[in-house]
Design a protein around this ligand. Structure first.
Ligand SMILES: Cc1ncc(COP(=O)(O)O)c(C=O)c1O
Length: 442
């Protein structure tokens, strides 16, 4: 086997992973890495959990997978009951898949099928936001406002209309608070009127932006305001909670924080905590019921949708999260962690903003704190910080391009929900060390 390289992370030859235990990963040379971001915010309860592994093993001993059109299964039914209970009474239908991209892809297709079933087949367009990421398949990439990831595929992507990101640190027209929210809602409203609401199927957004922005929660009131705009124009709301959902932000649904219910929601990453790939598209009762009563079946999904062992993994992970009240811990400890990060990193002039929610925290680097001018893209600062942290045994998630799609440097911190106090202290210390070393190197 040849040594592999990770495109975009600038990591060079990658170490060979051999073991994971709790918040740590180990490579073949015996080096230990604290998982400070679960890679891209995926590993919600850490690694090597014996209870989850036993649940998967027990399922594999019985049967790995019953094909979804022929069988249901106990893990699938129990997981579905658990997820619907977490999401709230408004939700009723779930389409499982294997990745966040597939979950988003299904969300887009469900929106189109819903309007078709309602007798409004002209509602075909999507509105999305700049500085967003929704996945790597063509549909999910089409709704992603992420220049670097789209560039080679431009011309073959869907014609999606983009509105401004909702970012209080880099706000539209320098506005703040309620004025910013009102301006963003007005922009969305105007866009719908310009396109013709009769042509718009759905608006898709990340309640807390992940890689494309560096953990950016929308300003207070934003989600409610855009929900109202969408309702006014009969447009569905799709919440992409692939990174920010499943408890990562301190509520099981990220939008719970805002008191908003989307029509369709995509979750992935932390759902089965990385033990087996698992994602889900969760539909409001009326959306799924309308499709089923009009057309008989929700026309999306894949061979391994609802894979039995994957559902067993998701069920085991979610039961641990529930039993150990980990979402509550993320909510309360996350606020403290954000404050601690702010205090520990404030001494670096280049740290412009520390923001986020729960255990999805972004640190943004700027050349000038007053003007918020970013570092030049060529410096690849976030990658260098990520690499320096990795060399010191800490995994964080470097993200670039949050300013204008090209420059801008952030790193995301997203530890396992059950990381110990000692591990969180180690994270703070090693992150500060990596930032200090990288900035000093110039
Ligand atoms: C918000 C969001 N949506 C969708 C995706 C795509 O998920 P996946 O990489 O599992 O396909 C990602 C991945 O980072 C994401 O952050």
């Amino acid at each position: 086997m040849t040594a592999s390289r990770a495109a975009g992370w600038g990591m060079g030859v990658l170490p060979r992973i051999v073991r994971g235990e709790g918040s740590y990963l180990y490579d073949a040379d015996g080096r230990r890495y604290l998982d400070g971001s679960g890679g891209p915010a995926a590993f919600s309860i850490g690694h090597g959990n014996r209870e989850v592994n036993a649940a998967i093993g027990a399922q594999l001993d019985q049967v790995a997978c019953g094909y979804r059109y022929l069988f249901t299964s106990e893990p699938l039914e129990q997981l579905s009951r658990l997820l619907l209970a977490r999401c709230g009474a408004e939700f009723k239908h779930i389409v499982y898949s294997g990745s966040g991209s597939e979950a988003v892809e299904s969300a887009l297709k469900v929106a189109l099928q819903y309007w078709d079933a309602r007798g409004l087949p002209a509602k075909k367009r999507f509105i999305a936001r700049e500085r967003s990421y929704h996945g790597n398949t063509l549909g999910a990439l089409s709704v992603s406002g992420f220049l670097e990831r789209r560039r080679p595929f431009e011309g073959s992507l869907l014609d999606v209309s983009f509105v401004s990101a909702a970012n209080a640190y880099r706000p539209l027209c320098g506005l703040t608070g309620a004025e910013l929210v009102a301006a963003l809602a007005e922009e969305l409203d105007a866009r719908m009127r310009a396109l013709g609401p009769e042509t718009v199927a759905a608006f898709i957004f990340e309640p807390v932006v992940g890689a494309a922005g560096g953990a950016v929660p929308a300003p207070d009131g934003y989600a409610r305001a855009i929900r109202a705009v969408c309702d006014r124009h009969q447009v569905l709301v799709i919440a992409d909670e692939v990174m920010c959902g499943a408890g990562r932000c301190g509520t099981w649904r990220a939008l719970e924080h805002d008191g908003v219910v989307p029509d369709i929601m995509a979750v992935g990453k932390g759902l089965a905590g990385g033990y087996i790939p698992l994602a889900a598209t969760i539909l409001r009762k009326e959306v799924g019921d309308t499709i089923l009563s009009g057309q008989g079946a929700i026309m999306t999904g894949h061979t391994y949708s609802g894979h039995t062992a994957a559902c067993a993994a998701g069920l085991a992970v979610q039961r641990i999260i529930e039993r150990e009240s980990l979402v509550d811990r993320v909510r309360s400890r996350g606020e403290t962690l954000r404050r601690e990060l702010g205090a520990a990193l404030g001494r670096f002039d280049a740290v412009g903003d520390v923001r986020g929610r729960g255990y999805l925290i972004g640190i943004e680097f700027v050349r000038d704190r007053a003007t918020r001018e970013p570092f030049p893209a060529e410096r690849a600062l976030s990658q260098s910080i990520g690499r320096s942290a990795f060399e010191d045994g800490l995994i964080i998630y470097p993200c670039a391009g949050n300013v204008g799609g090209v420059s801008g440097d952030t790193v995301i911190v997203a530890p396992p929900f059950n990381a110990s106090e000692g591990e969180l202290s180690e994270l703070l210390e090693k992150l500060a060390g990596a930032i200090g070393r990288t900035l000093a190197a110039g």
